[in-house]
Design a protein around this ligand. Structure first.
Ligand SMILES: Cc1cc2nc3c(=O)[nH]c(=O)nc-3n(C[C@H](O)[C@H](O)[C@H](O)COP(=O)(O)OP(=O)(O)OC[C@H]3O[C@@H](n4cnc5c(N)ncnc54)[C@H](O)[C@@H]3O)c2cc1C
Length: 488
């Protein structure tokens, strides 16, 4: 397909960076959402510089070929729904740390993990640590936008982004936010340049306006010695109290508060990793504190403990050590065979993701932000659907894995299923058809990874803004080549 375009791309990028090989197309058509959604691209390209990306877009636009930007493994948002060119961004991965301005500038395809590892060499971090380790790239972390450990105090990845450089379908490279200032003597330091600020235009838009080539993020001083963990449990009839305790910690700016229910810990109990968890412990709250002196750390621990105790939470030191990380840093953890998660950004083979999938199968997940006052409601609604469908049991492990973010509660519901079992597939579709409409109709804000399942209703609820977005797209991408079928 499109032989002239393939030749032009080979001339521009080098033949080794352009593939129409059947095996490549098959592999790049897959994501973790493959049982629900799979489409092969027609051409795969690998850029090595921002200018390469701009050239790809110019060539594609002239020939009116769809283009999709692909980050890491993904959960479906970068499946090329209408085929065409897939840009594998992982070859665009340089990282520049500027400790003097506490800024990091990364190319789009550097993994979030790789960026954090570079920053660690300077005792710096971007204080949001998602659990996908090396699987996701920096541009996708911003586009989604990702949340992680640290989101309780710092918000989501896009909140810490200072600026973006993006290639437009006409082949231009545009720098916005702090990157607009890059060529001046002061350089990249402040998100708000003279004139309007357009960084936010590039998040939650799934590559529909162009392809991000570089990003700048704010960093802070960080050492893992400055962290400590706590763990609390609540009974099933304490749902309301658990939500209140979590929200109190959010308002107190605890570094991170994470919410799970018992389904999530069952594989760890069965493997004998956790031995002492009370039989009636149903809701599980993991806390990470961050304090740069002993006194600061102790003060955060006291605030979190008081909030949990006030609402009847029961502390579990074993839970903290086995499921979160060391309650206090000791060098022993450096030399241990497997650091427990979140393991200061190293989610290893003994992490919850590995353990739970090792014990089960594929997972289906939904991911949405909503206000804290709906905490009880969403939990009860999800439980009811799972019970109605007969999947509220160990076979499907329908756990909650939720990040208490600074401005919203971000819940992830999970189901473990067998994609080769037609009845399981039927159940998973039935679950999505019942759960998503509630979130959409109430105004839930979706984390982009499952965007294709949300239907246009999730966009249409935005009213005039959605119409404005379409006009914006017509301006930037008049031939509608960018990731067609996702938002529009
Ligand atoms: C084990 C595991 C753990 C996870 N844990 C977390 C977590 O803790 N927190 C969290 O937030 N998420 C988490 N996720 C979900 C994760 O955010 C998504 O799977 C994400 O989509 C992965 O990013 P990716 O690099 O694979 O990007 P893709 O899925 O390929 O891309 C995501 C979207 O961004 C667009 N895009 C990517 N790069 C660009 C670019 N340069 N310009 C324009 N558009 C672009 C794509 O077109 C697509 O629409 C987890 C996933 C896994 C597999």
């Amino acid at each position: 397909m499109w032989p002239d375009t393939v030749e032009q791309l080979k001339t521009a990028l080098g033949a080794q960076n352009v593939s129409t090989n059947k095996l490549d197309l098959f592999m790049y058509g897959r994501s973790l959402a493959w049982p629900f959604l799979m489409r092969e691209p027609d051409i795969v390209v690998r850029p090595h510089s921002p200018m390469d990306v701009a050239t790809i877009l110019r060539i594609a636009n002239r020939a009116r070929i769809p283009v999709t930007a692909k980050g890491g493994i993904g959960e479906g948002a970068s499946v090329p729904l209408e085929g065409g060119i897939l840009i594998d961004l992982t070859t665009l991965n340089k990282i520049e740390v500027h400790p003097e301005d506490k800024v990091v500038v990364v190319e789009a395809g550097a993994s979030w993990h790789q960026m954090l590892a570079e920053l660690r060499k300077h005792d710096l971090t971007v204080p949001i640590w998602p659990t996908y380790e090396s699987a996701a790239v920096c541009s996708a972390a911003f586009v989604n936008p990702s949340h992680g450990y640290g989101s309780t105090r710092y918000g989501v990845v896009a909140d810490l982004c200072l600026g973006v450089e993006a290639a437009l379908p006409n082949g231009e490279l545009l720098r916005v936010g702090a990157l607009a200032n890059e060529l001046t003597q002061y350089g990249v330091f402040f998100r708000y340049p003279n004139g309007p600020e357009f960084t936010g235009l590039w998040t939650q838009v799934e590559g529909n306006f162009g392809v991000i080539t570089r990003l700048a993020f704010k960093t802070i001083d960080f050492k893992k010695e400055w962290l400590s963990t706590q763990f609390f449990t609540f009974k099933r009839d304490q749902l309301d109290e658990c939500g209140k305790a979590i929200f109190k910690c959010v308002r107190s700016e605890i570094f991170d508060v994470h919410f799970n229910d018992r389904w999530w810990v069952i594989p760890a109990i069965k493997e004998g990793v956790v031995k002492e968890l009370p039989e009636d412990a149903w809701f599980l709250v993991s806390i990470i504190n961050f304090g740069r002196t002993e006194n600061e750390l102790k003060a955060h621990e006291e605030i979190a403990l008081n909030a949990m105790k006030q609402f009847g939470g029961k502390e579990s030191v074993e839970g903290a050590e086995k499921l979160v990380g060391p309650t206090r840093y000791t060098p022993k953890y450096e030399s241990g065979p497997a650091e427990p998660w979140p393991a200061w950004n190293l989610v290893g083979h003994d992490s919850w993701g590995s353990r739970n999938t090792r014990n089960a199968g594929m997972w289906l997940t939904t991911s949405a932000h909503f206000p804290y006052r709906f905490f009880n409601d969403v939990y009860e609604y999800n439980e009811k659907i799972c019970k109605d469908l007969g999947i509220w049991n160990e076979r499907y492990l329908p756990w909650h894995d939720s990040f208490a973010c600074r401005d919203s509660f971000k819940t992830e519901t999970f189901q473990i299923y067998n994609p080769y079992n037609p009845n399981d597939m039927k159940l998973m579709w039935a679950y999505l058809e019942r759960y998503l409409p509630l979130q959409i109709s109430r105004g839930g804000t979706f984390h982009g990874l499952t965007i294709q399942f949300h239907s246009k209703a999730a966009m249409e609820k935005l009213g005039p803004l959605y119409e404005w977005m379409k006009k914006m797209r017509d301006e930037l991408d008049p031939n509608h080549i960018m990731n067609p079928g996702t938002l529009f």
